[in-house]
Design a protein around this ligand. Sequence first.
Ligand SMILES: NC(=O)c1ccc[n+]([C@@H]2O[C@H](COP(=O)([O-])OP(=O)(O)OC[C@H]3O[C@@H](n4cnc5c(N)ncnc54)[C@H](O)[C@@H]3O)[C@@H](O)[C@H]2O)c1
Ligand SMILES: O=C/C=C/C=C(\O)C(=O)O
Length: 486
Amino acid sequence: MTTTLLKNYIGGEFVSGCREFNNLNPVTGEIICQVCEADQERVNQAVTAAKNALKGPWGELSVQQRAGLLHKVADGIEARFDEFVAAEMADTGKSLQQASTIDIPRGAANFRVFADMVKTASSECFHTDTADGRGALNYSLPRPLGVVAVIAPWNLPLLLLTWKLAPALAAGNCIVAKPSEETPSTATLLAEVMHEVGIPAGVFNLVHGYGPNSAGEFLTSHPQIDAITFTGESRTGSAIMRAAAEHVKPLSFELGGKNAAIIFADADLEEAVAGTARSVFTNGGQVCLCTERVYVQRPLFDTFVNKLKAKAQSLKIGWPKDPDTDMGPLISAEHKNKVLSYYRLAREEGATFITGGGVPEFGDERDQGAWVEPTIITGLPESSRCVKEEIFGPICHITPFDTEEEAISLANDSRYGLAAAIWTRDISRGHRVAREMEAGMVWVNTWYLRDLRTPFGGVKMSGIGREGGQHSLNFYAEPSNICIKL
Ligand SMILES: NC(=O)c1ccc[n+]([C@@H]2O[C@H](COP(=O)([O-])OP(=O)(O)OC[C@H]3O[C@@H](n4cnc5c(N)ncnc54)[C@H](O)[C@@H]3O)[C@@H](O)[C@H]2O)c1
Ligand SMILES: O=C/C=C/C=C(\O)C(=O)O
């Protein structure tokens, strides 16, 4: 980073002038830098700058020119790849391995995929019969929504911010983005890249701050914002819906999950164990798609539990920069307290701890950080809070089942419906069970294998709408129909 004070980026300028808050590294709890919190006035300025750019420099560009600039943003991220990786690691404590193979490459890929899509997008056209025999031509013209508020969480900061930002820009909108208060650094680097590559002033604006009574709420309740796209907790989604209701704004929500994995007795055991370990412990369990409920067919139950335990115990918990580190800390002391409160609750609810349940001890400055142990529990009733509520940490509960019907009904017994994973060698069963899952995304014999053109989102309390490929462009641009009488 070139500065130890992260500023807001408004109308093409880096601006401070508001209150400051600390950005902490969860590995040790030390302060990384200060961040300028945007107040109501700053948010107003950002929205005005975006409105002005909409009809001005951004609206005047051809689709080819816009897409060309978005490719330059992707190139700009790659040109400063190491800085982005270091910033993401510092804010989150995630491993070098993860930041450099998932988070930052996807940040660049998100711009490329939507820049390319928008260049080749087609629109509907209908030839309509009329009584005079001459007919009419109906065609639809996609138009940007206007100024879009993009509100992102802390778990995959650059990946999730750009997942929304890139299609919104590709579709011709102007943006006011707010990253999580926990992870302001890569968003600020991205603003520098936007500036360097010549994204016109006001097209992309960045405001820092918290949610309630801060930049988040100022943005979502702003009358000049035309749409809100949000990733985060379901409860925050409800608050944003209330704020957006007054001005009837379009919403796209990617929210929480309590995702199930079903392991049938005919599964490839080694693959199922390795895949489930990945789906439970990646990013310390802090991925919305992570598995927190595992259902294992009874003949395989004890073997599977023992093998998953061995995997969990072999995970290297350590300094993020060590190339062989598998798992870093949680995002913050506050989140550590939340996850540990579920570990305590599990004990009170009568769970058996197969492994974990505590806090690792290092004997160095990491003992002030936000670390918890990877944890596997069994023996809880399905109605217990630890099986029902999203914990968002490196923990799963494993339950045995006997029949396919039982597994389906257990997996679907949730208020959430984001993702599911099914492990079986019987591909007919894979199809059959996948179809029954009340979830937006189902993986069979894999987990988090992404194709950015596919619909991404959740059912029930896990979200509203779909993003990904054309689904993103459908949200970020609305068609006007034009009817020409021939
Ligand atoms: N479905 C998905 O694709 C997906 C992806 C990632 C994370 N998540 C979910 O996100 C959660 C973890 O992220 P988090 O803790 O950062 O979520 P969060 O809801 O606490 O915060 C997300 C963002 O919303 C802002 N915010 C909070 N309250 C607000 C308000 N009242 N008005 C406007 N903005 C507000 C925050 O400052 C932050 O930028 C988990 O529940 C996880 O499942 C879902
Ligand atoms: O934490 C949630 C992860 C979401 C992942 C994506 O949105 C993606 O891979 O596009």
